[in-house]
Design a protein around this ligand. Sequence first.
Ligand SMILES: O=C(O)CCC(=O)C(=O)O
Ligand SMILES: [Fe+2]
Length: 372
Amino acid sequence: MTQEDPVKFVAPEVERWVYPAETKENLDWAELTTIDISTFDQPGGKEKLAQELASAIQHDGFWAVVGHGIPKTEVERQFALGKAFFGKQTLEQKATRTVKFEDGDYFGYKPRHVKKMFGTEVRENAELINIPKFTESGHFEDIHKELPFVQYFRDEIEPFSKKTYEVARKLFVLFALILELPENYFADKHKYDDYSDDHLRYMQYEPRSAEDDAKVENNWARAHTDFGSLTLLFSQVVAGLQIKTGDGENSQWKYVKPVDDGIVCNIGDGLSFWSNSFFRSTIHRVVRPPEDQVTAPRLGLFYFVRPGDGAQIEVAPSPLLKRLGLYKELKPITGTLYVRSRVKNYHDSTSYDKRAGEKFRVGDFEIADGFE
Ligand SMILES: O=C(O)CCC(=O)C(=O)O
Ligand SMILES: [Fe+2]
């Protein structure tokens, strides 16, 4: 696209979002802990919530949050914006700023079908837009300017991004309490106004034929752990997300259930490193939805918290970890370096492969990155 020939942005009409119907199929659902964080600011509230979360964070690495205070109408409006973005903008209008996987830069638009899967001719089927934070010092203004849809709806997207981060901030306090650290230990390393690759994401999977799906073992997103510190997934009605529960031979894939007005959260690599694997960065994947849900696109709304420039990843000097014999001194690595290296390693190729048995490592920090 040349200077003389800019893509013309046309504001789409945004229709009210209606959630798809829940599946009638009897799926093997994961039993996830739900915490109601409306009590967070009450006396003793966060300590009690930390207790409620402690087991889930070690074993499943996934849990649900309700009572988060973000009005349902605002969540639905974000789904509506996502639907309008994918459905009503042309490819050119969507692709004014695309991800740069070669630099580990995951901001902007990623079209679908750019990569093959599992050594077949079948292409992956998700498109997404990752919207950087709106920081006080304007770290990402240049990127926002390249995304006219985001500029146009900024009055709604910016406050939503900040409110979602605020839920994450409360969870960071709970993580610190669980590890008996000063309560802002993790929150201070993940400030909204600091430089980091955090993003609000709209993501839409386009259904594939059953025949193509079968060639890739019904995988819509290959098994992975999340690269950042914490992921927030606004309740997804279309089944397909599965988490690997249990260990070794006893492990099983279980489906994540929709949680009315809830946010499903999971630990990413960063918090697994800070806790020397005490917090579990759980392996998950997305598979072809059940037949009563597979006809429509599957739209998701997320906030990914990533450790940034100011976050040194190391094992946290936690009294609990010390008592458990899990504390050790490792050479710290910078959050942004880890995240960008991981994005590049994972995405910068022409196909998504299983990589069974592979590990990804930066400095002293290593995580499994290949699964059968
Ligand atoms: O689409 C989903 O439900 C999950 C996607 C996911 O795991 C990811 O993008 O990291
Ligand atoms: Fe994920």
